[in-house]
Design a protein around this ligand. Structure first.
Ligand code: ADP
Ligand code: MG
Length: 598
């Protein structure tokens, strides 16, 4: 330290380490003292000032501070300078008052003090030989040093001789050039012109034209993308360096992902879209929209609701309802659109709500499912055909018996006209049986896709069926009862199929009970389902019978077709419902049908 009395303060450990000069100056013996022992070397009034300065240094993030002290034993006045090191320790140097100026005028050659922490203050004071101390208080200078050192971007000052007279720590970090080694070296001795040509080009231009330049460059050594701003000043140039590597990386990643999305969106036939929850504003719709709907894509943005006019009239209500559900949860809606005024397409729109930075939006796709729908219909038809083929043999057999009987009686009647009247009734019975089989069989061959939903009043529907079956029930003196909540909402279903279910079930129940029995029909509605119960107090079914029920031609009745339950099961499944038989031998039967509310 060239004979400067100095010591190192560690306030955390409350320890002070002194150099020989300091020991000598303060007439002490040991190198290591406790903080309190050491501070007592100074006069009482000074002690307080010293404590205050140290406190300031530590709490205000200052790099340097100075204070005047008088030593206790010899009454000498000292100028003391404290420098806060990055490791938290503090260097403390003493100078007698007449030596004061030394602290503010170390030259660039004064490299025996290259401590990383001292340097910026030295260089700032020094560039172009400007003694900052002559016009600024030490406090201002400390603050400036602090600001420049903590500045988040690289900062360097180059003079007119192209010498680097100052660089802040961030600049050293970005360029990997330790400044104290390059102090007052020419710029091209620090950075090769070849490798940094664009930089030199801009610097030169700025120096010559006094223009501020802004450009982006790449630093080979540190592999960093930087944004450079060069300001011409009276001294030369001030250079700012901003690391934009991360920013560029993110930008590139964003670009790449946008390109990937565009690739997907432009080439896929499905249409992506992002919309406001009320569908009154569309934020994005992919180009395939145009070819799918034959509507200009621009129209989807300017008049999003115009799509509705292209939706098949019969599907409009269903379509609007489907879209409104997407606000709450993922939902799929299938509907037909008329494309180009004539062609009909089946479209499936799937959408779900998303939260985009606290803003609700709906994200979805439109898909052309015309082919798929065609395939489903074909599959349904072929399934029906195969069941029908399988059953034809059975049907033929079932019809053949009554036909043989009819033929026989007609032949007898032809030979004996006087007997004809006797056989009339038998023939009519057999014809009725054939009719019943054919009717059930026809019901089976109806495709599911022919379902046409309507709003119906369940109470009215049941009452109608009960009126049909009343004569039969009265004949057997059976009680037909119907329980239904007085306030019923309507239910969306196909009345024809629903009627058939009721007729088949109630008829079986009426068939099952004995004279004076009871059949009770009950309807319960929940928000999601309609549940129909048909209870009877008939003989019930054995486990074996329960297993067989619903098989074609399973009947225990003399005139039964054995098709009723099978038909009922098919209709219930066409309506996406479930059917269950609860029965025990001797305890009656309850049939439970559960249908979803569409
Ligand atoms: P069918 O009524 O022509 O006999 P179904 O398919 O309607 O044909 O019924 C098949 C069989 O299931 C009936 O013959 C009967 O044995 C039995 N079954 C159906 N419902 C009931 C019921 N509620 N109680 C007792 N048995 C029943
Ligand atoms: Mg039946």
């Amino acid at each position: 330290m060239n004979g400067t009395p100095a010591c190192l303060l560690d306030l955390r450990l409350q320890a002070v380490t002194l150099n020989q000069e300091m020991i000598h100056m303060l007439h002490l013996k040991e190198t290591d003292l406790s903080f309190s022992q050491w501070i007592r070397c100074f006069r009482h009034t000074g002690q307080h000032r010293l404590q205050q300065s140290l406190h300031q240094l530590l709490t205000e993030g200052l790099r340097e501070s100075s204070v005047q002290l008088t030593d206790k034993n010899f009454d000498r006045r000292f100028h003391c300078r404290m420098v806060h090191l990055t490791n938290g320790q503090i260097t403390f140097t003493l100078a007698k008052m007449e030596e004061e100026q030394h602290f503010y005028a170390p030259g660039p050659a004064d490299t025996d003090m290259p401590s990383r922490n001292d340097k910026p203050s030295l260089s700032i004071t020094n560039y172009e030989g400007f003694p900052l101390s002559s016009f600024s208080s030490s406090q201002i200078k400390h603050r400036m040093t602090h600001i420049v050192d903590k500045f988040p971007h690289g900062l360097a000052v180059i003079n007119h001789n192209w010498e680097v007279v100052y660089a802040n720590p961030k600049m050293e970090e970005l360029t990997k050039r330790p400044f104290f080694k390059n102090y007052y070296k020419r710029l091209w001795d620090i950075f090769s012109i070849d490798e940094h040509y664009p930089f030199f080009q801009h610097f030169l231009r700025s120096m010559e034209t006094h223009e501020t330049m802004e450009f982006e460059g790449f630093l080979e050594d540190t592999q960093l993308d930087v944004k450079v701003t060069v300001h011409p000043t009276e001294l030369g140039l001030t250079v700012f360096l901003q690391d934009i590597t991360q920013y560029n990386k993110h930008l590139q990643a964003l670009k790449a992902s946008e390109e990937r999305f565009a690739l997907l969106a432009d080439n896929i036939t499905d249409v992506f879209w992002i919309s406001e929850p009320d569908f009154d504003e569309v934020h994005y719709i992919s180009p395939a929209f145009q070819s799918l709907f034959d509507i200009p894509r621009r129209k989807a943005f300017t008049d999003p609701k115009s799509l509705l006019q292209h939706v098949h009239e019969a599907d409009r209500a269903h379509f609007v309802e489907g879209l409104s559900k997407m606000k709450e949860e993922e939902h799929v809606v299938d509907y037909r659109v008329i494309v180009g005024g004539k062609e009909e397409k089946w479209i499936r729109t799937k959408g779900f709500p998303v939260d985009y930075n606290g803003k609700p939006l709906i994200l979805g796709i439109h898909q052309d499912v015309t082919e798929y729908k065609g395939m489903i219909e074909l599959k349904e038809k072929s399934q029906q055909l195969s069941t029908i083929t399988q059953m034809s043999a059975g049907i033929a057999h079932e019809i053949k018996n009554p036909l043989t009987a009819i033929k026989g009686f007609l032949q007898i009647g032809a030979a004996n006209p006087e007997l004809r009247d006797n056989y009339q009734e038998i023939i009519l019975d057999e014809v009725n049986r054939i009719e019943a089989i054919v009717q059930d069989f026809m019901m089976l061959s109806k495709p599911k896709s022919s379902i046409q939903l309507e709003e119906v009043d369940p109470e009215q529907l049941v009452s109608y069926v009960l009126r049909l079956l009343e004569p039969e029930a009265n004949e057997k003196q059976i009680l037909l009862l119907f329980d239904c909540d007085p306030v019923q909402e309507t239910f969306k279903t196909e009345p024809k199929r629903m009627n058939q279910i009721l007729i088949n079930l109630v008829k079986n129940a009426v068939d099952a009970v004995d004279l004076g029995g009871e059949v009770r029909i009950e309807i319960q509605m929940s928000s999601s389902h309609l549940t129909l119960y048909v209870r009877d107090n008939g003989p019930g079914l054995s486990t074996q019978e329960l297993a067989k029920i619903g098989e074609p031609f399973f009947t225990t009745k003399e005139k039964g077709t054995g098709l009723g339950v099978m038909v009922t099961k098919k209709i219930v499944s066409d309506l996406n419902g479930t059917i269950n038989y609860e029965s025990e031998k001797g305890k009656g039967t309850t049939v439970v049908v559960k249908l979803p509310r569409a």
